[in-house]
Design a protein around this ligand. Structure first.
Ligand SMILES: [Zn+2]
Length: 199
């Protein structure tokens, strides 16, 4: 009979993406059979890393320094701001080497049915950001899903008088598809072929 802590470990692993019941059991079993120092080292690395990351108070990106490296790097193009849903999306765009400006992480996409309104997409913090750091171009790098589209409409309506140019990624991304699954090449093309978001 397996103990409560083993079950707890298994349930924790099951919360990770792509891990089902069987894999979670196999991984938990693997961990208890691993050399003790390796397994506890992994646990310590999780604790250390997770506790050192928090949201940047300026751009909301998850970072292990405050403010984040993007907000403090004067070499970055201060005239353009790329809006993304998640921290992960910012790093995907960063990997394309196509964008040299700053980022802002919304954290969510608008979804009134799920109670996600302007405050839940950090719109007040975005307004603060733009007041302190006026930009010439705002790139809305959001998934072209229903929620992404309504977020784009909302942001264009709210910000078109405050920012010269608001653009969105080209339709290289599949509708409803997550940026996470876009290849770097697709994302590069989508960035290069961005177009005006206010129609
Ligand atoms: Zn930042």
């Amino acid at each position: 009979m397996l103990s409560g802590s083993f079950i707890e470990l298994k349930q924790g692993l099951k919360k990770l993406p792509g891990i089902g019941e069987k894999t979670a059991t196999r991984l938990a079993m693997y961990l208890i059979r691993m050399p003790k120092d390796e397994a506890t080292g992994l646990g310590e690395a999780i604790i250390k890393t997770v506790s050192s990351f928090s949201n940047c108070s300026i751009c909301n990106i998850l970072s292990d320094v405050e403010p984040c490296i993007f907000c403090t790097d004067s070499q970055r193009d201060q005239r353009s701001l790329c809006l993304v849903e998640d921290t992960q999306d910012a790093y995907l765009i960063e990997d394309t080497n196509e964008f040299k400006g700053r980022y802002f992480v919304l954290g969510n996409l608008l979804s009134p049915m799920d109670g996600i309104g302007p405050n839940e997409i950090n719109f007040p913090l975005l307004q603060e950001f733009l007041a302190a750091n006026p930009v010439e171009e705002l790139i809305l790098a959001l998934s072209p899903s229903v929620e992404g589209e309504s977020t784009i409409n909302f942001l264009v309506n709210q910000l078109q008088d405050k920012v010269d140019k608001i653009t969105r990624l080209s339709t290289g991304l599949p509708f409803g598809g997550d940026m996470e699954y876009a290849t770097s090449r697709t994302l590069t093309t989508a960035l290069q072929r961005r177009y005006s978001a206010d129609k």
